[in-house]
Ligand binder design. Structure first.
Ligand SMILES: *[C@@H]1O[C@H](CO)[C@@H](O)[C@H](O)[C@H]1NC(C)=O
Ligand SMILES: *[C@@H]1O[C@H](CO)[C@@H](O)[C@H](O)[C@H]1NC(C)=O
Ligand SMILES: *[C@@H]1O[C@H](CO)[C@@H](O)[C@H](O)[C@H]1NC(C)=O
Ligand SMILES: *[C@@H]1O[C@H](CO)[C@@H](O)[C@H](O)[C@H]1NC(C)=O
Ligand SMILES: *[C@@H]1O[C@H](CO)[C@@H](O)[C@H](O)[C@H]1NC(C)=O
Ligand SMILES: *[C@@H]1O[C@H](CO)[C@@H](O)[C@H](O)[C@H]1NC(C)=O
Ligand SMILES: *[C@@H]1O[C@H](CO)[C@@H](O)[C@H](O)[C@H]1NC(C)=O
Length: 805
């Protein structure tokens, strides 16, 4: 979303005012917005759209037939008009809940005397690093409870334009912090699971929604403002292949697996067409192919951007018509309200298309209970102030940060620190006493902050030196910091970025720690007498090679942007209250990467003719600082493969036509390609002394065909392991979904041939063979690989090995 067109406070007050003048009997200043208050206004009983015994389709149809064209146009914008004659108040569609209820959207706000703040979870990039789907769901559930409580109190809407499921393709992207990282499978899982947490009702009512979520920004959006290029003017050149196997999977999963109520199209153009004006992307794909049950919204205000920045059409009514015809239902901004009637009058768009847009939008509001009278009488009616920032919710924020924090280096096993042996701890660095920096983009007002300094001081006595601020252009305070370090038993250095370096509308140009922070770290480390723990607080990856190589820096932790309880979670990890289990959801590149790859290069695959090395771990063929999936623990884990097939027969039906004489692929959506799956069973044993959670990642390297990824995440599972006790982890691999590759035309195919499966440093080959003889899957006997593949690994070693594959 852009700041440029965000509605101003006066507009919000205007909404309240309209609402108040309409529901005059409500005495409190803040009151929830809702329609069909038949108890207070019995004349509304005559409207079928207010009758909760009727099905939603019938009710929406009834409502539509009562509305004028201008009333319809005024309903499908971010601040929808009230329709007093029908008992419908103004509704603010734009709320946000990326990692906690946020006031970035103007329909939600905090007020000291009403609801002063909401639980602020870690920024999504860190939550994703937990690789724990139950956590993604649990956070979604808490956020929707707080959101619904705020709606009941009159300070939030019901439709929240979160999550952001764009692929974090380039480490420079200022909004990468909002995303679950660079991998399509992890991003899809995070997106669909968080959406379910937000939307699913505890009473199991599948038709109704707790709150409405929105997956954004569709599609190929991953550049905000880099050198002279900005998102309003950027035209992403995206191949059909990259669209299908990198950019679109998270959106598809949001719709198919998450049943999301909305998809938002992005500002940028895709192959010469604005995303919000592309019928193939919206109507044909999101609605046609994926069958979105909900509305497609624009970014704020994409239609103005189409008209003014992209000069897509000569008149704003033509832009409006093009967007509606492409499948857009709702506009963040006011273009649809201003120009829809004119577009209809000029014959640029049919009334029926406008009706579709209003139907999709109002169906969602109806599923949310907006037309069911007072929220206090509804299922979530009891939620209120007491349900926001509750101790349990704030504990989950701390737990989420603990689960995400990634241990990158731990020489001499210097971590965890023993509380008893630390008489004084020096806490140093620009983010050592961070508050706002911990919550990042699209945050709200948190319940409170536990800074790193506060979290650590709760364990031991500390001395604090800032050293410099994040820009770190002055070394004046370095000596004081070094002095503090020289006297302390241990040093925790908290460095990194904040919103002045990585943010919306602000991409980075360098991918190392800003200013002279590196120098601060090295000087402090040199002066230190005890262990030095370097903590990096950032959204994107950092070149920290200097610290990897510095023997005085004994440990490195990445804490993402860890949310309101970030400092407490960090302290829990440092003092061994929690055994770190996070894994990097993005590749950390060397600093030279930015000179090699222009941010405008949206091609994922390496290109030998231009020297492009490829992007993300799936394609990148260069050196890394830390690879995707890297993360250490205070324990070591041993993997043993106990079951996996070596051969699978893929039956072809008679009608299948082969592209080549050897018939090396079958269509993944072919009728024979269903229910084809196999299990990979491994045991994982914690051979350390400390119990801990551990994520097992299963990767596949497909046969060399179609320039397929060199390596791809197939599945992941997080398990809790007490020392010494083996645990069986089973991956059920759906061949058509998980082992398929995408051809140049964007078609998903199962390639016959040899796949390399990798778990840690276990390698296992499975061959897919064509069998014309049978229609059903014939699975050859499972080979027992126990003897051959028993490997003892340290996670560190295994991840590093995997990285060079
Ligand atoms: C907060 O709410 C109170 C009580 O409704 C109201 O009196 C006050 O003006 C509000 N403050 C702001 C800044 O909106
Ligand atoms: C609401 O719809 C039900 C089912 O059609 C009907 O029986 C009932 O009379 C309706 N209520 C009103 C107030 O019209
Ligand atoms: C829509 O109309 C309002 C009121 O005239 C105006 O303030 C606003 O700028 C218009 N918006 C656009 C996108 O033209
Ligand atoms: C840390 O930050 C908090 C909040 O900004 C501030 O009140 C406190 O004085 C700071 N602590 C130190 C030691 O500077
Ligand atoms: C350092 O950066 C700050 C913030 O950007 C700026 O205000 C200050 O003038 C800079 N100082 C020097 C010495 O460049
Ligand atoms: C891009 O960033 C520059 C400052 O670096 C700023 O002046 C400009 O307004 C930004 N443009 C957009 C479109 O965000
Ligand atoms: C995953 O997260 C949930 C919710 O916080 C937690 O209860 C569970 O223990 C976590 N799983 C593992 C293996 O850590």
């Amino acid at each position: 979303m852009a700041f440029q067109t965000s509605p101003h406070p006066p507009l919000i007050l205007a909404i309240i005012f309209i609402c108040l003048s309409f529901t005059t009997t409500i005495s409190t200043h803040y009151a929830p917005h809702y329609a069909c208050d038949t108890a207070r206004n019995p004349s509304l009983k005559k409207y079928a759209f207010c009758n909760t015994s009727l099905d939603i389709k019938t009710r929406v149809k009834d409502l539509l037939k009562r509305m004028t064209l201008q009333e319809k146009a005024g309903s499908i914008v971010s601040v929808a008009d009230s329709i007093p004659r029908l008992g419908i108040p103004s509704y603010g569609w734009w709320s946000e809940a990326l990692h906690g209820v946020s006031d970035t959207g103007p329909a939600t706000w905090f007020n000291k005397s009403v609801i002063p703040g909401a639980t602020s979870f870690p920024q999504v990039i860190l939550t994703a690093a937990s690789f724990n789907e139950s956590l993604f769901y649990a956070i979604g559930k808490v956020v929707s409870t707080e959101a619904r409580a705020m709606y009941n109190t009159g300070v939030a809407g019901l439709t929240f334009w979160s999550p952001n499921v764009n692929i974090f393709r380039d480490p420079r992207w200022g909004r990468g912090q909002e995303t679950p990282g660079e991998d399509p499978v992890l991003t899809s899982r995070y997106g669909s699971t968080y959406v379910r947490g937000l939307q699913e009702r505890e009473d199991g009512d599948k038709e109704r929604l707790k709150i409405g979520a929105c997956c954004k920004h569709y599609t190929a959006y991953d550049l905000d403002n880099w050198t002279s290029v900005d998102r309003f003017h950027f035209d992403a050149f995206v191949t059909k292949q990259d669209l299908e196997d990198t950019y679109n999977p998270p959106f598809k999963s949001c719709v198919l697996d998450g049943n999301v109520a909305s998809v938002m199209c992005s500002y940028n153009q895709v192959n010469g067409k604005p995303a919000c004006g592309d019928r193939e992307l919206l109507e044909d794909t999101v609605r046609g192919e994926w069958k979105l049950n909900g509305y497609i919204s624009s970014d704020c205000d994409s239609l103005q951007v189409m008209f003014k920045d992209q000069r897509w059409a000569k008149t704003p009514e033509q832009v409006t018509a093009d967007a509606l015809n492409a499948g857009l239902d709702l506009n963040c901004g006011d273009s649809l309200k201003n120009f829809t009637a004119l577009a209809v009058k000029k014959g640029l768009v049919k009334q029926s298309v406008v009706d579709r847009a209003v139907t999709n939008s109002f169906t969602t509001l109806m599923r949310l209970g907006f037309f069911d009278g007072p929220p206090s009488k509804q299922f979530y009616g009891k939620l209120g102030k007491k349900d926001v920032c509750s101790p349990a919710h704030q504990d989950l924020a701390r737990e989420a940060a603990r689960q995400g924090i990634v241990l990158l280096k731990n020489s001499l096993r210097s971590l965890p620190l023993r509380k008893r042996s630390i008489k004084s701890l020096a806490v140093i660095g620009p983010n050592a006493n961070a508050t706002r920096a911990m919550i990042g983009n699209y945050a709200g007002v948190p319940c409170k902050y536990t800074s790193p300094l506060k979290g650590l001081t709760d364990y031991v006595k500390t001395v604090y030196e800032e050293g410099c601020d994040v820009t770190c252009n002055s070394t004046a305070q370095f000596q004081k910091a070094s002095d503090a370090a020289s006297k302390a038993d241990a040093v925790v250095l908290v460095v990194g970025t904040d919103l002045s370096i990585e943010a919306e509308a602000l991409d980075r140009t360098k991918i190392y720690i800003p200013g002279q922070q590196n120098l601060l770290v090295s000087e402090v480390a040199k002066a230190a007498k005890g262990p030095v723990i370097l903590v990096i607080m950032s959204g994107g990856g950092m070149d920290v090679e200097f610290a990897q190589c510095d023997p005085k820096i004994t440990s490195i932790l990445w804490v993402g942007l860890p949310g309101q309880e970030g400092g407490g979670a960090l302290a829990d990890v440092v003092f061994g209250q929690y055994n770190p289990s996070g894994r990097l959801p993005v590749t950390w590149y060397p600093r030279s990467y930015v000179d090699l790859v222009p941010m405008t290069n949206t091609k994922m695959r390496p290109d030998p003719t231009t020297g492009q090395p490829g992007q993300t771990y799936r394609f990148y063929r260069g050196e890394t600082i830390y690879p995707f999936g890297f993360g250490l623990s205070y324990s070591s884990y041993v993997y043993k493969l106990i079951k996996a097939p070596k051969l699978m027969s893929v039956p072809l039906n008679q009608a299948h036509t082969c592209r080549s004489s050897t018939c090396n692929t079958i269509d993944a959506d072919d009728s024979v390609c269903t229910n084809l799956h196999f299990d990979v069973d491994i045991t994982v044993t914690n051979v350390g002394k400390m119990s801990g959670s551990h994520t097992v990642l299963l990767f596949s390297s497909p046969p060399m065909i179609y320039n397929a990824p060199q390596k791809e995440l197939v599945d992941f599972k997080k398990v809790w392991l007490a020392p010494g006790k083996p645990s069986v982890v089973r991956f059920r691999v759906d061949v058509c979904k998980r082992l398929s590759v995408v051809d140049e035309e964007g078609n998903r195919k199962v390639a016959l041939g040899r796949y390399l499966l990798q778990v840690g440093d276990i390698k296992h080959y499975i061959s897919l063979k064509n069998s014309r003889l049978s229609y059903i899957l014939r699975r050859l006997p499972t080979i027992d690989t126990t003897a051959a593949l028993k490997v003892v690994i340290d996670v560190a070693v295994s991840s590093a090995l995997v990285a060079v594959m």
